[in-house]
Ligand binder design. Structure first.
Ligand code: ZN
Ligand code: ZN
Ligand code: ZN
Length: 768
């Protein structure tokens, strides 16, 4: 070291705690020959590094080169400080935090090294289902407080044995400061529980509880498995009898069930995978990934009835790896609940609620402190898109380009609810809550918000909610003491997309979904708007559809089909067109026709999702949907992607907003059907008609407002074909889709938070 010592203070923000970041910094500091210290602080990690110029440069280069796999560096800042005469590099223990806004890391899938450990008979963790290290293991779901340290996790009651303690304290060990580290001697244990009166209790030739559970699965039984964020119900995914029994007991109609497979090779056998699918399947977040399924590959048909896709996921805990290996077949892994209830996550809860569904329960004594469902991802236009953002992602922050001035809580929507807490440039989306339609879910929502507030240390001064007065999320907001700001549903969708892309606005936003409260008393969902965070102008919408019986029309989309026919043919649809609805009786048609003519029990919906329902019901002759959006999904999947034609449509620009009118398209599609054109071609043309109508609306908007960025949000943009068609139709304009924030209502809270903040600032400005 020839030159004089210098100093650097380096601040790193992002997911850098609980992911092996400090030991990694220590190792590269030692290698680079710098002295100093590294410590966790309120917003990440701070390093004071001392050494000569060359050593410091080596150190900083290494910091940028290859951080630990689970770390995410969001911000990096390096400033010169005076040199200090220290002779070594040390890791400073966490002090009790004053500002506690530290990131607890998300739960991390088991790393390859740990998988190797549990499969190696000579390793002391052979077949140990709670093996983890600095690079993997549970985090968010076991954290009981901040900062993230063993004492503030549900591992606190387990005292480390000598060898574990040694690894934990050895900076060159993979388990250095791995908070949940454990081994068979000192850690949590499994227990297989056969419900009272079960005659299935088995012999002693099993190696352990996992072996016995795997045997149960092979015999066609249903096993409740305690996982990372809650319980799964597992059964043999190749056994139609087992899957049918699971559906019947769980009261789960036709909603697809996720299937866990042991490896990427196995995933390839059941689905058609692109490299993007593979990288998502294998990521540390381990979401369920929707893929086109190979129908001949042997999965039970009732895994996903009337659905060409299947949700696959890879094991993400050692318990999964061992269970899959022992079972020797793919397993259904669906959330451990009755339909519509929150997922069970405590042993007592599972015994109480799942004993009627599962034949046997695989429990353990490491508590799950916060429930967190599996995340769900898909690929749209060649890029990953999250449909449900939960385990593996929560509580990682979404960075905001423009900071919020006051801390804000956004309470989300009704279905697929998540909430959001934002402060400064960080927006924390909470775990998937589900549909806020019953007391159990509502209770879990309230608890989750309270806990999350503590974890991210945000005391909201503003609360944002939907305009809909009857949503439980709106009622919850109104029950709080802070100032409440109501945000229009589709404005929130659009701003969520803008926020994800760092667009301050104005932007042209497409918000296509099933429903959302419109201030004019109709249901919106086919909206083209020009939006900033504070305001929106609705420039175009789709011609409204008459829904007879409101929500009933969503469950029985033949009602929508008939309404579309009545509208397209001025109340006199040809008999041949009505005859497409063979599953509907003449009497039912007559009643519905009467109600439509007299406008009885009719509400109006602009939702693009309702057009999918109606067209799908008519041309596929689907009377009812087993779950929300089922017919729309079928209408998407039946489309032939090689067909790129569009039907005619009208643009009514005498109204404000202008109205996109698909009546000509419906008539053309009916003509096609009667002429024998395949339904796959009609469905594709429907998608391209929506795209062409969208492009027409965008072109008119650009004429008035000038060229603006275009973002797309709303549940319809989970549909890859629609996204592709719209993207291709917008000539010379880039269509920006969501990526990590779901386009559906699971992403809406982010937009609510940003809008509420902007509106509050606007109000303050107006008062000056
Ligand atoms: Zn590991
Ligand atoms: Zn141990
Ligand atoms: Zn929506």
């Amino acid at each position: 070291m020839g030159t004089a010592a210098e100093g650097k203070r380096i601040r790193i923000r992002g997911t850098v705690q609980g992911v092996g970041f400090r030991p990694w910094v220590y190792r590269i500091a030692v290698e680079a020959g710098v002295t100093g210290r590294v410590r966790n602080d309120s917003s990440g990690v701070t390093i004071d590094a001392f050494g000569d110029d060359a050593a410091l440069r080596r150190f900083e280069d290494a910091l940028h080169a290859s951080p630990p796999p689970a770390a995410r560096i969001a911000e990096y800042e390096s400033v010169a400080i005076p040199a200090e005469p220290v002779s070594s590099f040390v890791i400073v223990q966490s002090a009790p935090a004053t500002d506690r806004r530290v990131s607890i890391p998300p739960d991390l899938a088991t790393c390859d090294d740990c998988v190797h450990d549990i499969l190696d008979p000579s390793n002391r963790r052979y077949r140990y289902p709670f093996t983890n290290c600095t690079n993997c293991g549970p985090r968010f779901t076991i954290a009981t407080d901040v900062p993230y340290d063993r004492g503030a996790t549900t591992m606190a009651p387990f005292e480390m044995c000598g060898p574990c303690r040694h690894e934990y304290e050895d900076v060159f060990d993979r388990r250095f400061h791995a908070q949940p580290t454990a081994c068979p001697v000192c850690g949590p244990r499994l227990e297989l529980v056969w419900p009272e009166g079960s005659a299935s209790r088995s012999a002693s030739h099993f190696r352990d509880a996992i072996d016995e559970a795997a045997d149960a699965v092979r015999r066609g039984l249903i096993v409740a498995v305690k996982g990372i964020g809650g319980f799964h119900l597992a059964c043999d995914a190749t056994s139609e009898a087992a899957v049918t029994r699971l559906r019947a007991r769980k009261h789960r109609d036709e909603k697809p069930l996720a299937v866990m497979v042991p490896s990427l090779d196995a995933a390839e056998a059941f689905g058609i995978l692109s490299p993007v699918h593979c990288s998502m399947l294998g990521s540390t977040e381990r979401p369920i990934v929707l893929v086109e399924r190979r129908l001949e590959a042997g999965l039970a048909p009732s895994i996903a009835p009337r659905n060409r896709q299947v949700g696959l996921l890879l094991p993400y805990s050692p318990l999964h790896h061992l269970l899959l290996a022992d079972a020797g077949r793919p397993l259904v892994m669906t959330s451990g609940n009755l339909s519509d209830e929150p997922i069970a996550f405590t042993n007592a809860d599972a015994v109480a609620r799942l004993s009627g569904i599962a034949d046997v329960l695989l429990l353990h004594d490491r508590e799950i402190h916060t429930r967190c469902d599996d995340s769900v991802a898909t690929v749209v236009r060649g890029a990953p898109l999250l449909i449900r953002r939960s385990r593996g992602y929560v509580p990682r922050a979404v960075r905001l380009r423009t900071p919020v001035l006051a801390p804000v809580l956004a309470t989300g929507a009704l279905l697929k609810n998540t909430f959001c807490l934002a402060s400064g440039t960080q927006a924390f989306l909470g775990p998937h809550i589900g549909d806020l339609e019953n007391l159990e879910t509502y209770e879990s929502y309230r608890t989750a918000i309270e806990r999350f507030q503590r974890f991210v240390d945000i005391r909201p001064e503003l609360v944002a909610c939907d305009l809909h007065p009857d949503y439980l999320s709106t009622r919850y907001a109104e029950g709080r003491s802070e100032r409440v700001i109501r945000v229009q549903h589709h404005h929130a969708h659009v701003v969520a997309a803008m926020a994800e892309h760092g667009i301050a606005g104005p932007a042209i936003g497409l918000a296509y979904d099933g429903t959302g409260y419109g201030p004019d008393g109709t249901s919106w969902g086919g909206e083209v708007m020009v939006a900033t965070a504070a305001q929106y102008e609705r420039v175009a919408t789709f011609r409204p559809i008459a829904l007879v019986g409101g929500d009933r029309a969503v469950r029985e989309p033949w009602r929508i089909a008939l309404a579309l026919l009545m509208d397209a043919y001025d109340g006199q649809p040809p008999a041949a067109a009505e005859a497409l609805l063979q599953s509907v009786t003449a009497a039912e048609r007559a009643t519905m026709t009467h109600l439509l003519r007299e406008q009885v029990q009719v509400s109006l919906s602009h939702g693009v999702g309702r057009y999918f329902d109606g067209f799908g019901a008519l041309f596929l002759d689907r009377r009812s949907a087993a779950y929300e959006g089922q017919v729309a999904l079928e209408w998407n999947q039946v489309a032939d992607p090689s067909v790129h034609r569009a039907y005619p449509f009208d643009v009514n620009d005498r109204t404000t907003p202008i109205e996109l009118d698909l009546r000509p398209a419906l008539r053309a599609a009916v003509d096609d059907t009667l002429a024998g054109v395949p339904v796959s071609s009609i469905a594709a043309a429907f998608h391209y008609t929506l795209a062409a109508a969208t492009a027409a609306a965008v072109a008119r908007t650009v004429k008035v407002f000038g060229p603006l960025p275009v973002v797309a949000s709303g549940g319809c943009f989970q549909n890859g074909l629609l996204a592709e068609a719209v993207g291709a139709s917008l000539k010379g304009v880039e269509l920006r889709l969501h990526a990590e924030v779901p386009p559906g209502d699971g992403g809406i809270a982010l937009g609510q938070a940003v809008v509420a903040n902007a509106m509050a600032i606007g109000d303050a400005g107006a008062g000056l």
